[in-house]
Design a protein around this ligand. Structure first.
Ligand SMILES: [Zn+2]
Length: 485
């Protein structure tokens, strides 16, 4: 039986359709994300001693109900996508009943909607944005704080998700001349996003992002931020995150901090700006994306402009248009109008509904900033929390496997996982301060309880060294003084 499955695995690995479709950049991610929910389902079925395949609507429903209370909001939606993938791509006929099951679709939808509501991050208040702008331009402020604050302002005005803001490249100012206020014009950037769609079209999308230079204060926060970025020698370039993680040595890392770590930085900045624990506690990275969008929705701007500003599309919109710089620019001018009304104190979006406009009656802001559209504007902090469930399931379901086979046995004490990327690394020496690939072993890494049988994803540099004969490997640098933590 096992041999037969292995044969089929080999066939599928070479299967032309799958290979051509999914070996392309970005789409490999689709294969992973379609498999992951099924791995968790199989692990659950094994525990219940029921057969995972052929699909049984009843078992899937029982699984879904059990997950509902503890999974990430999008998990059951992903499970439904995986089932449909099995039907359409792998030809699993038993998937059809599950796909058509009203109660299964219902629980997935309900889980998504209710949890999203419960966990929804509140937008930043106008006062929070104002104080962040003032912090970035304050010459007496801590430079790292000023740099981080500017990053979040970029996210606010560009309406970018955390990962979008991290992936921005070619950030530049487009200033008019003459520029009488000193704050005319726009900030522009490109964000490369990989689409996880069944079709191979538009696999990598370059999303143009445009934001007004003039925020809520009359301060030129962007220029101040660019200067601080230069002063702090933050690495800039292709593949470099806009806001890198900070190593214990105080140097910039080559990777971004996880969304949860970044959210912690944002809350800590807000506390330094004078906001209470209570005011900051629910703020997350997604608050930044929601901020301008919620102001615009409350102002009651046209829903088409709202979608363009939020990078959403609705049926009937031509997405090519939504993603063009010209279309974005005209909607950004609408946003400029809203910001100007806030500056003039004619519009107060933080007030309760009846008080938005100090003089005018409230028009209902019906548009759900987070809800509709093609963009999965998921909260990236929640997705991180779900990884562990998958890793546990993988160990019980998948065969022993490693992308890079270690030649000598690994001990659990040697292995650490990056909390954000989940990548496995090997500790270099007894001190435990350095990883074999040269990275510092910071708090961003956690020890593993046992050596996972499914070694994935692994750091190729760490594992390449492990594969070499230990005698032949160069001796590590003189051992560092042991330290706590
Ligand atoms: Zn490594």
């Amino acid at each position: 039986m096992v041999a037969a499955v292995r044969k089929w695995t080999a066939v599928i690995m070479r299967c032309h359709v799958l290979y051509v479709m999914y070996s392309r950049a970005g789409l490999l991610e689709t294969l992973h994300s379609r498999a992951d929910p099924l791995i968790r389902y199989i692990a659950w079925a094994d525990r219940q001693v029921v057969a995972a395949f052929p699909f049984s609507e009843e078992s899937l429903y029982a699984f879904a109900c059990e997950c509902e209370g503890k999974c990430a909001p999008s998990f059951l939606k992903s499970l439904m996508s995986s089932i449909s993938f099995c039907f359409h791509i792998l030809g699993a006929g038993s998937a059809q009943e599950a796909m058509n099951s009203k109660r299964l679709v219902g629980v997935a939808k309900a889980c998504y909607l209710t949890k999203r509501k419960r966990f929804q991050r509140p937008p930043l208040t106008t006062e929070m944005v104002l104080r962040l702008e003032r912090l970035v331009v304050s010459s007496s402020g801590d430079r790292v704080d000023r740099f981080i604050a500017g990053f979040f302002l970029l996210s606010v005005y560009m309406r970018g998700r955390y990962s979008d803001t991290q992936n921005m490249c070619n950030i530049f100012e487009d200033r008019p001349s003459p520029d009488p206020t000193g704050l005319g014009g726009y900030l522009q950037a490109d964000v490369a996003r990989s689409k996880t769609a069944y079709t191979t079209e538009r696999k990598t999308q370059l999303l143009p992002m445009v934001a007004p230079r003039h925020g809520l204060s009359d301060e030129d926060w962007f220029t101040a931020w660019s200067q601080v970025r230069k002063d702090l020698k933050v690495p800039i370039g292709e593949g470099k995150p806009v806001l890198p993680a900070i190593l214990t040595t105080g140097h910039w890392a080559g990777h971004p901090p996880s969304a949860s770590v970044a959210a912690g930085w944002l809350r800590s900045l807000l506390r330094k700006c004078g906001f209470s624990e209570l005011q900051c506690s629910r703020v997350g990275t997604h608050s930044c994306k929601a901020t301008c969008l919620s102001w615009c929705a409350r102002f009651g701007i046209d829903s088409y402009d709202q979608r363009v500003l939020g990078f959403h599309t609705a049926p009937g919109d031509r997405s090519a248009q939504v993603y063009s710089r010209d279309a974005v620019s005209s909607s950004v001018r609408v946003l400029e109008g809203v910001l100007s009304r806030i500056r003039k104190l004619e519009f107060a979006p933080d007030n309760t509904r009846s008080g938005y406009f100090p003089t005018v009656d409230d028009a209902d802001a019906g548009y759900d900033v987070e809800g509709s559209g093609s963009e999965a504007s998921l909260d990236e902090e929640e997705d991180e929390a779900d990884c562990e469930q998958l890793e546990i399931a993988l160990d019980s379901v998948a065969d022993d496997w490693a992308e890079e086979t270690p030649k000598r046995p690994l001990r659990a004490e040697q292995l650490v996982r990056n909390r954000a990327s989940r990548m496995l690394h090997v500790i270099a020496d007894e001190s435990g301060n350095v990883l074999t690939c040269g990275r510092a072993c910071t708090r961003n890494y956690e020890k593993v309880a046992a050596v996972p049988s499914f070694l994935y994803p692994v750091c190729s540099r760490c594992f390449a060294v492990v594969q070499r004969d230990p005698e032949g490997s160069p001796k590590a640098a003189p051992s560092q003084p042991p330290e706590g933590d």
